[in-house]
Structure formats: C-alpha cells, structure tokens
Design a protein. Structure first.
Length: 247
C-alpha cells in the first residue's frame, strides 16, 4: 500500500501526459530549421555554401544551377530563404534577378538574398523596391563567416541588408540637386549605416554614441527628408535607397 502511494505520488499529470518524475515534463520542442534553396552555376561555391548553412542551423532543401531549376525548386519546397546568384545560364545576364522577381511575386514570404560578383545598381534598385526580407551582397565581400550567417538570419527575420559597395555606387549616381544636402555630416553617416541594414543599437556601437542619440538622428533624418517614421529595417533601407537612386 505504501509502495503504491509512493508510486502514485511520483506520477505527475502534465496536461494528460503522466511522467514518472516529481516535476512536469518541460522538454522544449525542437525548433524547425529554416529551409533554404541555393542557386548558383558555380558548383563548388554552391556546395561550400550549402555545407556552411547546414552547419549553422539551416536546412538546405535544394540547389539549382539556373533560373528555371530555381523556380521549380522554390515552388516545390516553399523555403524561408532563397540565396541567388544574379548571373546564371544560359545568357549570364540577369537570370537570377528575373527568377527573384517571380519568387517575390508568387511567394512574398520567402526571403531573397542576391549574391553578385559585381555592383549592379539598376537591377539591385528594382529588387530592393520589392519590400522586406531582401538582401544584396557582393561575393568578394563575404569574408566573415559569422557575419554572413548573422546577415542571413536577419534577412530571414524581416530585415533588408545592402552591401556598402552598392550604397557607395548609389551615392555617386544620385541627382545633381542632392536631397541629402539638408542633412548634417553625422546624419549622413547614420543614414549610410541604415542603408547597410544597421539597427539603432548596431549603429550606436559603430559610431560610439548611445542608442538614444541614434534614435534622435533617425527621427531628424526622417523629418528632414519628409518621410514617415518607421521602426522596421526594410522601410529604413528603402527610404535611403529612394534618395540615393538618382541618376
């Protein structure tokens, strides 16, 4: 009898599931790994990237070597992220961007990261106008593995990230009547970091000021440029690009 009572006391009711322990079963559910599709005609680069992503907590569900294959994969797997090379077979022009536009139209929740060997200003502007969860990175500048994985995670979560080299090209190409003339040098610096996808906290660390100071700069920038305030990274990036786009 005493043994039966002890056994009963040791069983804990956890929402219909009894466990032979003195505490409820609190084992966390396994988090599903974000699914990724890769598209690049360079097989070695593609395989290396797939291995890196797999080790970093992503699930690479497919690889493609051209735009048509990419679209078929994305439609079949509906991944959280598509990482795409701009130039792929057959013409090596804008096949990757063309596929990215289709993906954004058909699957707007799929994050798109474009990897390019060159700064393609016009093509990048068209892509980035598509909203959130977008990234444009130069292959030659992807040298820090941890930073690259962090960037992929941020874009998958909703941010937009632009390679600094693209920002510089846009600055060179902006209109003769510069709408950014109304900004102070510090505000221009903050604006450039915003265009790179920086959060207020991240910008504060880079320019050695408090996060509150950065927030004041951001409010001032949005006011001077007659833009509505927003706390989402992708709107901040698009706001910057709109004013840096000038030819």
């Amino acid at each position: 009898m005493i043994s039966d009572a002890a056994d009963a006391a040791a069983m804990v009711d956890t929402g219909g599931m009894l466990t032979p322990s003195g505490t409820a079963d609190t084992t966390p559910e396994t988090r599903r790994r974000p699914r990724v599709v890769l598209a690049d005609d360079d097989v070695l680069l593609r395989e290396g990237l797939a291995s890196l992503l797999d080790r970093s907590g992503f699930d690479v569900v497919g690889q493609a070597g051209d735009g048509a294959e990419l679209l078929a994969l994305v439609r079949a797997t509906v991944p959280e992220v598509a990482i795409i090379d701009i130039r792929m077979p057959p013409a090596y022009v804008t096949e990757g961007l063309d596929a990215a536009r289709v993906i954004r139209e058909e699957l707007p929740d799929t994050a798109i990261i474009v990897l390019s060997a060159h700064v393609e200003v016009d093509e990048a502007m068209e892509l980035l106008a598509g909203g959130e969860r977008l990234g444009y990175l130069l292959k030659s500048r992807v040298t820090d593995v941890a930073q690259f994985i962090d960037t992929v995670e941020r874009i998958a979560a909703g941010a937009s990230v632009v390679d600094p080299s693209l920002v510089q090209e846009l600055v060179k190409a902006r209109r003769r009547r510069d709408p950014l003339d109304v900004l102070s040098p510090r505000e221009r610096e903050v604006l450039a970091l915003m265009a790179e996808g920086g959060s207020n906290a991240g910008i504060a660390r880079q320019i050695f000021v408090s996060e509150g100071t950065v927030e004041k700069h951001v409010r001032s920038i949005l006011t001077k440029l007659d833009l509505p305030e927003s706390q989402t990274d992708h709107r901040r990036v698009l706001a910057v690009l709109r004013f840096l786009e000038g030819r």
